[in-house]
Design a protein around this ligand. Structure first.
Ligand code: PMP
Length: 355
């Protein structure tokens, strides 16, 4: 090994779900929204003044920050915007998890958390979810360097009631608690309502799921102005112009259209309700989903086999070969038509292996 190679930062990266080039694939592997973004988004993109691209975008992302603040009825200095919630979370880890104490998060959760910890050399300790994949809140009562909890959790799809979240925040006044709410619009009450009461609470959300804009890369955090200023200070120490001009304008249009946003969520919730009984009829068990995906395990078909079989037949779902969850599949809720293809395929397969 060359001397310079010894100096390379050695990290084991997060592995995102596949993005196949073939558009005919039934893509239920990365929790994207099957419906297009709000109509205003295509309007603004079609009428984009490309001359404006000569200039750097507004480093404060003011237009989009103001629109998000308006939507959630908070002040603009309580909102931070980044390039997807991955970017927001990465900056938040760098900003707030800066002590020698261990950061705490569940053993089964978004698998990017340990990657950021390793990248930044943040010590961490995972806390086991119980046998139903629920959070044991008492595990978060100990001394720590910060806490991050996805609610609803991924890949389990479980939403913890706001009281559980508040209890954890209340027990941790000395560290920043990040609640990653990527899927909250499909679940229940957001922890945003607690941010006025707890100045150490940061709520992170995304345009990638409920607002159908995974490809545009927009995420945001909301919390006390002191937390938001700290995030901006770190952002400006790293890259002033994180959000491109096109994303800022498209994002504004997506937030403005509340009716469309609610209509799309309702469509997915309707499909979720129907899919629950279809999965059950086919012999799957799963926690109650508070998200736009299911976390399913079949009574006799091993998850890994079903994953491979579905893939061979152009139906992509997500499989994690990890302890405790290696007999589960995470399946995104697509359109009714996509779900029918999935269920018809599994039904046919089951009827074949039974004879
Ligand atoms: N948090 C959780 C729990 C997620 O599942 C995802 C999606 N992979 C993200 C954050 C990041 O989403 P995005 O960067 O697209 O906002």
């Amino acid at each position: 090994m060359n001397a310079w190679e010894k100096n390379i930062r050695n990290v084991k990266p997060y592995v995102p779900g596949e993005q196949p080039a073939d558009k005919s694939v039934i893509k239920l592997n990365t929790n994207e929204n099957p419906y297009p973004p709000a109509p205003g988004v295509s309007r603004v993109l079609n009428n984009m003044d490309t001359d404006s691209l000569r200039l750097y975008p507004d480093p404060t992302i003011g237009l989009l920050v103001d629109e998000i603040a308006n939507f959630y009825n908070v002040k603009s200095d309580e909102v931070f915007v980044g390039v997807g919630s991955d970017d927001v979370l990465a900056i938040a880890f760098l900003t707030f998890f800066n002590s020698d104490k261990k950061v705490l998060f569940p053993d089964i959760t978004y698998s990017f958390y340990p990657v950021w910890c390793d990248l930044y050399r943040i010590p961490y300790e995972t806390q086991a979810l119980d046998e139903d994949f629920k959070i044991v809140k008492e595990d978060y009562y100990k001394d720590n360097g910060g806490i991050v909890i996805a609610n609803p959790n991924a890949p389990t799809s479980i939403y913890e009631e706001i009281e559980v979240i508040e209890d954890i925040v209340k027990h941790n006044p000395d560290s920043v608690v990040i609640i990653d709410e990527a899927y909250i619009d499909f679940a229940g009450e957001s922890a945003l309502s607690l941010t006025s009461k707890y100045d150490n609470l940061l709520v992170v959300q995304t345009f990638s799921k409920s607002r159908s804009m995974a490809g545009m890369r927009i995420g945001y955090a909301m919390g006390n102005p002191k937390l938001i200023k700290a995030l901006n200070d770190v952002k400006y120490s790293f890259n002033s112009y994180t959000m491109n001009q096109t994303a800022i304008l498209a994002g504004v249009e997506a937030v403005k259209d509340k009716d469309y946003f609610e209509m799309v969520i309702q469509k997915i919730l309707n499909t979720r309700k129907k899919a629950e009984s279809s999965f059950r009829k086919l012999g799957f068990s799963f926690p109650k989903s508070g998200t736009n995906f299911f976390f399913v395990s079949h009574e006799y078909i091993p998850a890994k086999d079903l994953y491979g079989l579905l893939k061979e037949n152009d139906i992509y779902v997500r499989y994690f070969d990890l302890p405790r969850i290696n007999n589960y599949l995470r399946i995104t809720i697509g359109s009714d038509e996509q779900m029918k293809v999935l269920f018809d395929f599994i039904e046919k397969y089951i009827s074949k292996i039974q004879f």
